[in-house]
Design a protein around this ligand. Sequence first.
Ligand SMILES: O=P(O)(O)O[C@H]1O[C@H](CO)[C@@H](O)[C@H]1O
Ligand SMILES: O=c1cc[nH]c(=O)[nH]1
Length: 232
Amino acid sequence: MSVHINAKKGEIAETILLPGDPLRAKWIAETYLENISCYNEVRGMLGYTGTYKGRKISVQGTGMGIPSISIYAHELISEFGVKNLIRVGSAGAIKQDVKMGDVIIAMAASSSSSLNRNRFNGGDFAPTASFNLFDKAIKTARDQKISFKAGNVLSSDFFYTDDPLDYEKWAAYNVLCVEMEAAGLYSIAAKHNVDALAILTISDSLITGEQSTAQERESTFNNMIKIALELG
Ligand SMILES: O=P(O)(O)O[C@H]1O[C@H](CO)[C@@H](O)[C@H]1O
Ligand SMILES: O=c1cc[nH]c(=O)[nH]1
């Protein structure tokens, strides 16, 4: 048991899918896994372990934002021995050619958060995906004929910004979309020398104003999940 996860040792698999939304964790477990058991309900942040094609795999909600995912990633790695952490999240398109429903595989995560600048005394750490998981995800997507875009994403502390034009500079530097956790996950994984990857589905377009419904954010995104499940 850890402060925020009341699982017993051995109840969590070495490979875990991490959606921000705990109800998406429930949906993934119930839709894709066999023999599931719920190992965590602390703070409503549901966590499940089951099997996929005979392999043990877990799925855990992380909440929204870098501080929240950092807590779960830290405890999963240091208290439960998790080795492969795969975020499966929603994101907002900030580039014209990134469309609703697109799957984005995040090679790197830029951030407007001050977290890493605090951690590195003003230095700029570059949070990147682990090559192993990234390479496997690209091969899986190609094998399954799932189209995707791979590149840099922005992990922001804001969902509602004062000025939507804030994103233009990032987009001009080829950052594909905005979400709120990948940079935190990649940094914690690097610190502990384990593997992490964020796979995202575009749920909003900050270019066109399109938005998915709450239900779609909870229980769609099949292509992203199909890729993630093969990485264990
Ligand atoms: O769909 P999830 O995984 O929660 O990810 C995105 O959605 C939330 C905002 O609605 C933020 O957590 C953002 O990163
Ligand atoms: O952080 C996020 C996630 C989804 N959509 C957005 O616009 N922002």
